[in-house]
Write a new protein. Structure first.
Length: 386
């Protein structure tokens, strides 16, 4: 069945959505507000005191992979360019060579067993860096705190997959950075965030019908297309990368993220190729110009994530993007952030898009929870030559 000819009635059929979502990914996504509140209960100020007592670090490196690694991007985005020390996202086994005893390494792993994160954490400890871990109780990452050289911040994911437990992982890190006076994330703000996330879950959740549900509408717009997701600020670019990752894991669907205006130096040229204007050559006048190309390739579709805080030059480029898209028969839509605080703005983009990724899975008849290729990769022998 063509992806552009799917039956969209599934999105308003509660029984069918529950059948296609047996592991309740939608319910996990809707728990975002509860995750914030639970994290605030578990992470008391006294738990953070030993780290704060050592004073402000030279730099903060937040390391993690996959759904846990997004926490690093959130922390860096909320800290922003005005933060008095660098807050850097890191992925991989090895830390940068400059990381040392003056720096703080925060290792985030929902399961507490992520190979790359444990490797980077062990390297940080060997170098004498201050270290904090965020993850499951009783896990390998929690065990690293047994000798007192590492402070552990416990997380109970309640069975949620890492990608559906973003706020449960991010809030401990934000509370830590707030106590170090590196980000503005007081508990009052986090309580408001929890309320806002609850409101988004009502507005974008499965019981909200498609005609008034922006997440369901977005999923319908993207199905059968090749999405390019562009953020109009560094913060919005984090949301773009997050959405592309969610589309991959939940919807098993490809997407290409990027930041404005970097994408105007490379990705925008795709509009002139087979996924854009050239795909419309010798077109049938009855063909859908947005979703179908003449040679059967999916049509490029641009989703612009618009921040409320944009550099004026970037804002002008964002506005010009729609005009360029019209020239090359490429649909361009905007999805706008809300709020003033960086955390509010980021959450207002991430939360609805998380729902949209799950709805795109259901539109294809796909269960959003399984990640079989990742499981297969982890099961393969790691020895060289096997």
């Amino acid at each position: 069945m063509s992806l552009t000819r799917l039956d969209d009635s599934v999105l308003d059929d509660q029984a069918e959505m529950e059948r296609l979502d047996p592991d309740q990914m939608l319910r996990a996504i809707a728990s975002a507000g509860a995750q914030v509140r639970e994290a605030m209960v578990h992470i008391e100020t006294s738990v953070l005191a030993p780290v704060v007592a050592d004073g402000r670090p030279r730099a903060v490196i937040v390391t993690g992979m996959g759904g846990s690694g997004v926490v690093a991007d959130v922390a860096a985005a909320v800290a922003g360019p005005t933060c008095q020390v660098p807050v850097l996202a890191h992925r991989g086994h090895r830390l940068p060579g400059w990381v040392g005893s003056m720096d703080l390494v925060v290792a985030v792993s929902c399961s507490g067993e992520t190979e790359e994160t444990l490797s980077a954490l062990d390297e940080a400890v060997r170098r004498g860096s201050r270290a904090v871990t965020v993850g499951a109780v009783g896990s390998s990452i929690a065990d690293r705190a047994a000798d007192g050289r590492v402070v552990h911040l416990p997380v109970d994911a309640r069975g949620r997959m890492p990608r559906a437990n973003l706020w449960g992982l991010a809030v401990p890190v934000l509370l830590l950075l707030h106590e170090l006076a590196l980000v503005d994330a007081p508990r009052m703000l986090l309580q408001r965030l929890a309320d806002d996330l609850d409101h988004t879950s009502e507005r974008c959740g499965p019981r909200a019908e498609t005609f008034e549900n922006p997440a369901k509408q977005l999923a319908l717009q993207l199905v059968g297309t090749l999405p390019y997701i562009w953020g109009s600020s560094e913060l919005a670019a984090v949301a773009a990368s997050r959405f592309a990752a969610q589309l991959a894991e939940n919807a098993k669907y490809p997407a290409i993220p990027g930041p404005l205006t970097e994408v105007h130096h490379n990705q925008v040229v795709v509009m002139a190729g087979r996924f854009g204007a050239l795909g419309m050559e010798d077109e049938d006048i009855f063909r859908d110009r947005v979703d179908d190309s003449a040679d059967g390739l999916p049509r490029m579709r641009v989703l612009l994530l618009r921040d409320t805080d944009e550099v004026p030059q970037v804002a002008r480029r964002r506005e010009a993007t729609a005009a360029v898209g019209a020239r090359y028969d490429v649909a361009v839509e905007e999805f706008a952030a809300e709020g003033d605080h960086p955390l509010d703005r980021l959450a207002s983009l991430v939360a609805p898009l998380d729902f949209a990724s799950a709805y795109l899975a259901l539109l294809q008849g796909i269960d959003p929870s399984p990640i079989e290729p990742i499981v297969v990769l982890k099961s393969l022998p790691a020895e060289e030559g096997t």
